[in-house]
Write a protein that binds this ligand. Structure first.
Ligand code: SAM
Length: 480
């Protein structure tokens, strides 16, 4: 158990307005945060612990539908993964009269944090539960669930921040219908919370914006759209800096209306501004729209995914275990090819040198991927030159590994009208038109181009591309 150092205890006891929520409504978040930063450093990282800034807590508790809740008696409120119960304390501070009739529960997996809260007597009337939220069996439903869930892919591997063993992870996979691919803890927290809401309940979480676009969250998006209405408030990448560099949103979910309505808003100049509304969202990728993106989408007849199949190269672990691969500074004498990766790809250019240290016999290259024997377009996952997509033609048909997409023309009748040549496509993909399109559509949500983003790039025919270059996008006739 973690002890509160004597010095800090004394300091706390001296301060009249310290965070004893029993005594008054004032909460000294900064002090709270300092103490935990100093005393819970070790546990902080392994459990995905980040502090929500006070202004964000206040903003979120002011999204609570008080009109609905004030009419009710015995309101059940839950803050899962409560850490220091910042949100329950925030409700007490912002809505004190309502808080008096609420039954607040804080749930936390880390016993040390719970003991710490009890030791500091900061819990007041909050009922504290020690449990893994994702395995917790609740005997009641909630009017309001609010908080900041942990973010991260659960794994014991050193590359991941949330340390969860495989047995527990398998249990999660069995329980959660939205679990998909390299799923993130926050997705499972959302599913669990929605299932714990009363029929008119409200869920308010601050989470990364990645669920809006990444494939791993496609089941979650569909689950959200089927179970209520969703408001997403985009906060951008600065909320948790410098501790974490993550574009954040507040999700405000209501179970009362199953229309699947989606609203995307942002907080700008001290007010909430609607960016886009979809009355019947079905879980599609959630994109930002500007005049520019709408015009480009209108000008282009196709999407890249209509015309091309998109494949990704093998990652390092697969390559390492491949019996045909050899490593080291190898004497090439023309029988071996280097494996290329993202470092070999620039905008419209490939550097045919060995940066990876891996080699393969020329005749074995197509055993890695059949298409390593034909020239085709490659696209990088990472952006180049201040947000540009990097694409080039691999004329020499080399083998690749890592973060590279391979574009292979589909063989379908309905796309025969698509007549943009490979060279024109490269010019388009590497252009500022696409840089701006990606930036306007996905803002700071990821620093990589996902396969879904790539598939959804609008693609012009030859004539449309010439028109774009001649007129530009802003002057282009929107109706076409
Ligand atoms: C992102 S922090 C949120 C803390 C606090 N709500 C805030 O806003 O600062 C995540 C908290 O979740 C807790 N946690 C992580 N995994 C959990 C789980 N499976 N069940 C319950 N709590 C968990 C961590 O111990 C940590 O206190």
């Amino acid at each position: 158990m973690i002890k509160v150092p004597k010095k800090q205890k004394k300091y706390l006891q001296k301060k009249k307005n310290y965070l004893l929520i029993k005594e008054n409504n004032l909460v000294d978040y900064k002090l709270h945060q300092d103490i935990v930063n100093n005393n819970l450093k070790g546990v902080k990282k392994d459990y995905g612990m980040f502090f929500t800034p006070e202004r964000i807590v206040d903003f979120m508790v002011n999204l609570i539908d008080m009109d609905r809740l004030e009419k009710k008696n015995n309101v059940n409120i839950l803050e899962p993964a409560c850490g220091l119960a910042q949100f329950l304390i925030g409700i007490k501070k912002n809505h004190s009269s309502f808080y008096r009739k609420a039954r607040p529960i804080g749930l936390e997996v880390n016993k040390d944090i719970i003991n710490y809260l009890i030791n500091l007597k900061v819990t007041g009337d909050i009922k504290l539960i020690h449990s893994d939220y994702l395995l917790w069996e609740s005997s009641q439903k909630f009017d309001l669930i609010i908080g900041n869930p942990p973010y991260g892919i659960p794994s014991l591997s050193k590359h991941y921040t949330i340390k969860i063993d495989n047995v527990t992870k398998d249990k999660y996979k069995n329980i959660y219908e939205t679990w998909y691919g390299k799923y993130n803890m926050y997705g499972a927290f959302i599913e669990k919370s929605i299932k714990l809401l009363k029929p008119e309940g409200q869920l308010i979480f601050i989470i990364p914006a990645t669920f809006m676009i990444l494939d791993e969250f496609k089941k979650l998006r569909s689950f959200l759209s089927r179970n209520g209405r969703v408001q997403i408030i985009y906060l951008g990448p600065d909320v948790f800096k410098p501790e974490a560099d993550v574009a954040s949103v507040v999700i405000d979910f209501r179970a009362d209306d199953k229309s699947g309505e989606l609203k995307l808003l942002e907080y700008k100049d001290n007010k909430l501004v609607l960016i886009k509304g979809m009355p019947h969202w079905e879980g599609e990728v959630i994109k930002f729209a500007t005049e520019y993106t709408i015009k480009l989408e209108n000008v282009c007849s196709y999407l890249l995914g209509d015309i091309y199949d998109i494949n990704i190269s093998q990652r390092t672990p697969e390559i390492k275990n491949n019996p045909f691969i050899i490593t080291g500074s190898y004497n090439k004498n023309n029988t071996y090819l280097p494996l290329l990766n993202g470092r070999n790809l620039k905008c419209n250019k490939i550097i045919y040198d060995n940066f990876t240290g891996y080699w393969i016999k020329k005749s074995d290259a197509k055993k890695l991927r059949g298409y390593f024997s034909i020239p085709h377009i490659v696209v990088g996952l990472g952006f180049r030159e201040n947000g540009k997509v990097a694409a080039a033609i691999d004329e020499r048909s080399y083998p690749w590994m890592g973060d590279i997409y391979h574009l292979l023309r589909k063989n379908e009748l309905f796309v025969t009208a698509f007549d943009l040549s490979d060279l024109e496509l490269l010019e388009y993909l590497n252009s500022d038109y696409i840089r701006k399109y990606i930036k306007d559509t996905y803002r700071e949500i990821t620093y990589h181009l996902s396969i879904t983003q790539l598939k959804n790039i609008p693609l012009p025919t030859k004539k449309e591309w010439l028109e774009i270059k001649r007129k530009g996008i802003n002057r282009h006739d929107e109706t076409k």
